[in-house]
Ligand binder design. Sequence first.
Ligand code: ADP
Length: 422
Amino acid sequence: MNKKTQDINVSPLLHVYADKPMRRIEGLWRITSLLSAAYSKSAVGKIIVNEGFSLLEAHSGDILLLMPNNAYEVIAQKGYSKDFLRSWSKSKHNSPLLTSEVVKSKKAYYVEDTKDLDPKYVVAKEFIETTGSKSAVLLPLKINRKIIGILQFTFTEPQRFNREDKFFMDTLAYQCAQALERVMAIDDLKKYNRHLQLMNKQKDNFISMASHELKTPLTSMSVYVDVLSRQLKNENSKSVSYLGKIKTQVERLNMLVNDLLDMSRIRTGKLVLHREEIQLDKLVTSFVFDQKEIVTSHKFKVKVVPCVVVGDQLRIYQVMNNFITNAVKYSPVDSLITIKLEKDAQSAIVSITDEGAGISKSDQVNIFDRFYQVSDVQSNGTSGLGMGLFISNQIIKAHGGKVWVQSKPKKGSTFYFTIPLG
Ligand code: ADP
């Protein structure tokens, strides 16, 4: 045979020989990229069954997941009749089938020709032949040596599997197991998330119910304390001072319960604003006047410009009150608190500056979150529950304004909020 004849005769054979591994490698690449966009078990199953089976020239098969109740879940199949699928999906991990062998041994099982199958697997032989096949492969789907399922497929004709065939099938099973692990982790996260959302909702409902329940006895306590105070007004006994203490505590409880109710309203989107035109400079001046009456531990300075906004007076008062309460709580006795009202072209800008502990940059990002409190901050008087700034922020957002803070540790803080001009 001369060289030319050799070339003509051998090259088509070489082409056929080299073509199969190439097609398989290309196929595996395609499967990898398709799997990366699959977000459910059935999507993974379909890709493996459609792409993988066609590369193997397999006739039928399926992907089974092991369920905790000793059963299988068929997540994808190809080439099975409905009746066959029905009887097949009822089989258990411990049925006298090859699948049970694979579950037990965690190893692949190759049936090159059903006629050579051990007679103890007569049921398995029947199953394979019912699908019109004479050969089958069962591959364990493993994650960290733990078997999670089986990938199995059948061929219409008897097969001889070489090393390269087995390597390809193992790689396919590996890809399938990896993709399933990823989507099952996503499923678990989704389930966990749904569970958390449910618990969160139950917690919100509980807080809302509990604070409504607390509100009624608190209101009557407050009324009775007022009545008693009026009756004892001219007496100079210890009872009067005790009554004063009870009143302070009842008011504190009332504020906490009101904050809890506001939290529930915000969470359920039920924070309602009663908007009206407000002469904000007057509101700020009278607010500071009230504060000077109540708070004797600090000095106050106020500076305002005339300014009209549209908003809910009580809610804006509540925000200023939260900021002042914090300024008093987190700054030294006798220090100065400055309240300013300025404006630019669009908004009124209210700022409250203290000479207190200040807040680090990392805490500044979080203080407007629910229940956030700086861990090592010193406060005058009683500590709160970390609700004030969150509620204030939400109230101002509902007005179309914004809230922010400028602060340096040990140099004091300035809290700002804006309300669009009316
Ligand atoms: P709290 O009821 O704890 O005061 P807030 O939501 O009003 O809740 O404030 C959240 C946290 O922000 C506070 O616990 C405190 O650590 C910090 N903080 C708020 N205002 C000031 C301030 N003026 N100076 C220093 N820290 C402050």
